[in-house]
Design a protein around this ligand. Structure first.
Ligand code: C2E
Ligand code: CA
Ligand code: CA
Ligand code: CA
Length: 419
């Protein structure tokens, strides 16, 4: 079956795989099954039409075929999903390396009719006989590994039995999350931020809560699921709306309060992010100077050109930019100088053991770094008086943490402001 002419026959492919498994067993050879799912194909197909879509599929098939041997079988079983039976599977590492090469090659830009386009791919691998000798199981396992790759934003994932359970759990959470918004299960709480010197409240960080079946699920558990399913863009917009609406209420009550909103890297990378922020600002009529966007190091270094442009535009409308969890990412210090950053938030990991161990040193170094670059520095997760004293002594100006207050419902924040 020629994958270039269209779909392969599923039944034929299964028989082929079964025969190959049998032969491999006879000759005591290994076999691997690759399942490849394209990213970004659907968008191209929907916007540019099937003719271009088909060209992209053909080009993808060609690229895959160019990297495998004559003995291997490349096939397209449906939609934008390809499979490869690798007979030349010396080792699973070898197949993983080959798979990475395939993903890299597919990612190279394609040119059709004067349009340049780019797609991606996620690959899952299962091995025979290590994982299974049944064709059906190999399929299921490779598929599971492919989803694992997609969920964990990896290009290639090799099947492991633990994936199945994790995936079932994730799928369940994902489907529950898809209904959470309609069921009004999301809410925001606000954690006060203080000036250390006088304990004055200078603002609040908005934190999302998911009240599900009477329990509060931690954002640390469900934000990653929203990110991998792409739903974070929608939820992130909801968060912006809720936070700005609250801010407007405080603003109208005469409180010029700063509100910090956490921006997921996925949300930040969205080409429409800037427009969405401006639109939301305008709709709620809040003062941009009081909007603090918290972005992580990972989000800003993944695409430096996009970051520079987006941050510059956000700055020009007056928004404040903070680096969240500072010190935990793969920071190149160069970006601190080149991007318009207003505040560093020292991650709680470096505050936790103050003044013991090396944490005091790291926290105080971040303060020095931030101040010397003209930025504000806020310490997160401050729980004890000792920590606060240490930070004060080392010129850290702002803090946030249970010592000040836990995150509060908006109503209680108002009481705090009135005090
Ligand atoms: P984060 O941005 O670093 O938020 C600070 C977290 O530390 C919050 O946890 C907060 O409740 C907790 N915390 C504050 N003070 C203390 C303290 O003194 N001690 C300790 N041990 N913890 C403290 P939370 O609300 O569970 O959020 C966890 C993470 O989930 C956040 O970390 C953030 O990365 C993410 N997240 C929360 N809300 C949102 C949101 O609206 N959007 C996005 N994209 N991410 C969010
Ligand atoms: Ca796909
Ligand atoms: Ca934060
Ligand atoms: Ca943080």
């Amino acid at each position: 079956i020629d994958p270039l002419t269209g779909l392969s026959n599923r039944l034929w492919f299964r028989n082929q795989l079964e025969t190959m498994i049998e032969n491999a067993m006879h000759q005591q050879e290994q076999l691997a099954l690759i399942v490849l799912d394209m990213d970004g194909f659907k968008e191209i197909n929907d916007t540019l039409g099937h003719a271009i879509g088909d060209l992209v599929l053909i080009e993808t098939a060609k690229r895959i075929s160019s990297l495998v041997t004559e003995k291997d079988v490349v096939s397209r079983l449906g939609g934008d999903e390809f499979t490869v039976i690798v007979r030349s599977a010396e080792s699973i590492d070898h197949v993983a390396t080959l798979s990475q090469k395939i993903v890299d090659l597919i990612r190279e830009p394609m040119h059709f009719e004067n349009t340049k386009m780019q797609v991606g791919a996620s690959i899952g691998i299962s091995a025979c006989p290590d994982d299974s000798r049944s064709a059906d199981e190999l399929f299921t396992f490779a598929d599971t590994a492919m989803y694992d790759a997609k969920f964990s934003s990896k290009d290639v994932s090799v099947y492991h039995p633990s994936m199945t359970e994790e995936l079932i759990h994730r799928k369940k959470v994902e489907s529950q999350l898809s209904e959470a918004a309609d069921r009004d299960e999301f809410s925001l709480v606000f954690q006060p931020q203080y000036q250390i010197q006088n304990r004055k409240v200078i603002g609040f960080e908005a934190l999302i809560r998911w009240n599900h079946n009477g329990k509060v699920v931690s954002p640390a558990d469900f934000i990653p699921v929203l990110e991998s399913s792409g739903r974070i863009i929608e939820t992130g917009q909801w968060i912006l709306d809720q936070a700005f609406q609250q801010m407007k209420e405080w603003q109208d009550a005469g409180f010029d309060t700063r509100v910090a909103v956490n921006i997921s890297p996925v949300q930040f990378r969205d080409p429409d992010f800037y427009d969405r922020v401006v639109d939301t600002l305008n709709r709620h009529g809040v003062c941009p100077e009081n909007v603090d966007l918290e972005i992580t190091e990972g989000a800003i270094i993944s695409d430096v050109t996009h970051t520079a442009a987006t941050l510059k535009k956000l700055k020009s409308v007056g928004c404040m930019i903070s680096i969240d969890d500072f010190g935990t990412g793969y920071s190149s210090l160069a970006y601190l100088k080149n991007f318009p950053i207003d505040q560093l938030k020292i991650d709680q990991a470096f505050v936790k053991d103050i003044p013991h161990h090396d944490d005091g040193t790291i926290a105080s170094s971040i303060v020095v770094l931030g101040l010397s670059l003209g930025m504000e520095v806020l310490a997160e997760g401050v729980e004890t008086k000792e920590q606060l004293e240490f930070l004060h002594m080392h010129d850290c100006e702002f803090f946030q943490g249970f010592l000040g207050s836990r995150p509060l419902p908006a109503k209680e924040c108002m009481e705090l402001l009135l005090r």
